[in-house]
Design a protein around this ligand. Structure first.
Ligand code: SAM
Length: 515
């Protein structure tokens, strides 16, 4: 059945699931669309249905109509507020997920190309991006729903203002005149430039279905007019509204309207000509007037009467927390944008390792500190935090750039191979704290090279591969002898100290400078 009426009625008939019925959209409390209803009835008859048409569009009590509307608006506001909450909840959950995933990169750990951790890191990066996007989308939806919830009812509040009611009354009166003309019949006279009639259009009084519709419309308008007039009378009585017109506005009065004020220069039946600034003299409808001051003193001043105080108590604003998605996005982008070859062995020191190094290095404020394989600056940052003047060396430019961004307090960063560094402006350092690459004895080479930059009385603390303490190669043996000579010692770090990036076993060597 729905298919038949829908086809005939250009889609204006809709199925309303909440009441389980077919109906015409936007037809509530309006004059019934007889044309559409009859067309649909005809179509149903043609399809073999037995149809009986009965139309009852007696207007409902206007106050009841508005109360129902207010209820519907309130329901809508609640639904939108709940929607905003739901989206905000999802946005927060997605942001948390993104944050958890970004942990992997947050410590400055870059993606190591070719290393077995690369796959996991890329997967995490992808998941993090997805979670981030989701959180941004959900956040936008939450804010939008909150805005819509707050806008609900604003139109109704506006249309309840007495000035707006007054304008509506004028419009309804005009509508009523139009309907009456239709019922009584009328003539339209077309005149030439001399004012002589040259054609008269005759409209007979409405009959049949048209008349029926006009009568229903008349009843609706009268019903609404009665209500609006009652509202306006109440507002007038309470001093919230003044009906302006020729009877209470003089030439020379100061009149406020349209955000300006000007002097009345001529009063007409429905408008007043006002002289605003710069001799701009528009005709302003009386219904647009906000306030009038009468300087003549021959009638009570009506100054101060402006907008109604009939406003409803302000409803609490629907607010959902706004995520700082900008910051979140920037941090994540930075964290995962850097990729370096696995041969750089850029396994950054996790917080526990940094703490251990700081404990052993005992850095005091003002000390000169060197970090000769600085990576993304985790060790350098801890030294800066302790008030040291920190110089760094890092061969990989992308890491050095990230270091400068992450640790703005470093003194200088040299982008070069540390093993090529022969001299520095700084004569020597109080502390050298490092975590160099390990493979193929690189750690021994780096630590041995670093010792030349140590001040007398200074101390070097370095993470090294644990093989340095047991390997039976000449290089390793010589190194152990060197450490002993300096009175230094090795301390093993717990297994898995660099997991998940690498599961290599490590030690920390502490070497005091030779006097
Ligand atoms: C194991 S990571 C340690 C990073 C940082 N020190 C930390 O603990 O977080 C080693 C770093 O040394 C850098 N590197 C490797 N060879 C280097 C060299 N010859 N000169 C300077 N830096 C080097 C790598 O790029 C990498 O960032």
């Amino acid at each position: 059945m729905y298919e038949i009426v829908r086809k005939w009625e250009n889609g204006r008939f809709t199925f309303f699931p909440s009441i389980g019925m077919i109906g015409l959209r936007h037809s509530r409390d309006r004059v019934a669309d007889r044309w559409a209803i009859n067309k649909a009835a005809k179509a149903l008859k043609a399809a073999g249905f037995e149809v009986e048409v009965e139309i009852d569009d007696t207007p409902r009590d206007r106050a009841q109509v508005l109360a129902d509307k207010a209820d519907r608006l309130e329901d809508r506001r609640h639904a939108l507020a709940a929607k905003a909450e739901r989206h905000a909840g999802r946005a927060a959950a997605a942001a948390e997920r993104a944050n958890d995933l970004s942990e992997r990169f947050a410590g400055g750990q870059p993606i190591l190309l070719g290393h077995h951790s690369e796959r996991g890191a890329r997967r995490d990066q992808k998941r993090m991006d997805t979670a981030m996007r989701k959180s941004v989308e959900e956040d936008t939806a939450a804010q939008q729903a909150a805005r819509r919830a707050n806008a609900v009812g604003k139109q109704a509040a506006y249309s309840a203002r007495p000035r707006v009611t007054a304008r509506r009354i004028k419009k309804l009166e005009a509508d009523l005149r139009r309907v009456q003309r239709g019922l009584d019949g009328y003539e339209r006279v077309f005149r030439n430039h001399r004012g002589e009639p040259y054609y008269i259009e005759k409209h007979e009084p409405a009959t049949g279905q048209h008349r029926e519709r006009l009568l229903a419309e008349q009843a609706h308008i009268e019903n609404q007019l009665a209500y609006e007039r009652q509202q306006l009378a109440a507002a007038t009585q309470e001093g919230e509204f003044v009906e302006w017109g020729k009877h209470n506005i003089h030439v020379g009065d100061r009149v406020w309207a349209w955000g300006y004020n000007g002097l009345a220069v001529k009063t007409n039946p429905t408008t007043v000509r006002l002289d605003f600034r710069d001799h701009w003299q528009p005709k302003v409808p009386y219904t647009d007037i906000l306030q009038v001051e009468c300087p003549h003193g021959d009638k009570p001043s009506l100054a101060g009467v402006s907008e109604p105080a009939r406003a409803q108590p302000a409803r609490p604003k629907v607010k959902v927390p706004k995520l700082d998605t900008e910051q979140l996005q920037a941090a994540a982008r930075r964290a995962s944008s850097v990729r370096v070859g696995r041969d750089r062995e850029a396994f950054v020191s996790p917080p526990a390792v940094v703490d251990k190094l700081m404990e052993l290095a005992d850095i005091q404020p003002g000390m000169a500190v060197l970090e000769p394989s600085a990576g993304t600056g985790n060790i350098a940052a801890a030294a800066v935090e302790r008030g040291a003047v920190v110089d760094c060396v890092e061969i990989e430019h992308s890491l050095a750039n990230l270091l400068v961004e992450r640790v703005p307090g470093v003194n200088c960063v040299r982008r070069q191979d540390f093993l090529d560094l022969e001299q520095v402006e700084q004569e020597a350092y109080d502390r050298i704290v490092m975590n160099p690459p390990f493979s193929g004895g690189k750690d021994i080479a780096h630590v041995t090279h670093a010792l030349r930059f140590l001040k007398p009385g200074g101390r070097l603390v370095a993470v090294m591969g644990s093989s340095v303490i047991f390997q039976q190669t000449k290089v390793a043996e010589r190194f152990r002898a060197l450490v002993e000579e300096h009175g230094g010692e090795f301390e093993p770090l717990p297994a898995g100290s660099f997991a998940p990036a690498t599961d290599a076993n490590t030690v920390v060597v502490v070497i005091p400078a030779q006097d």
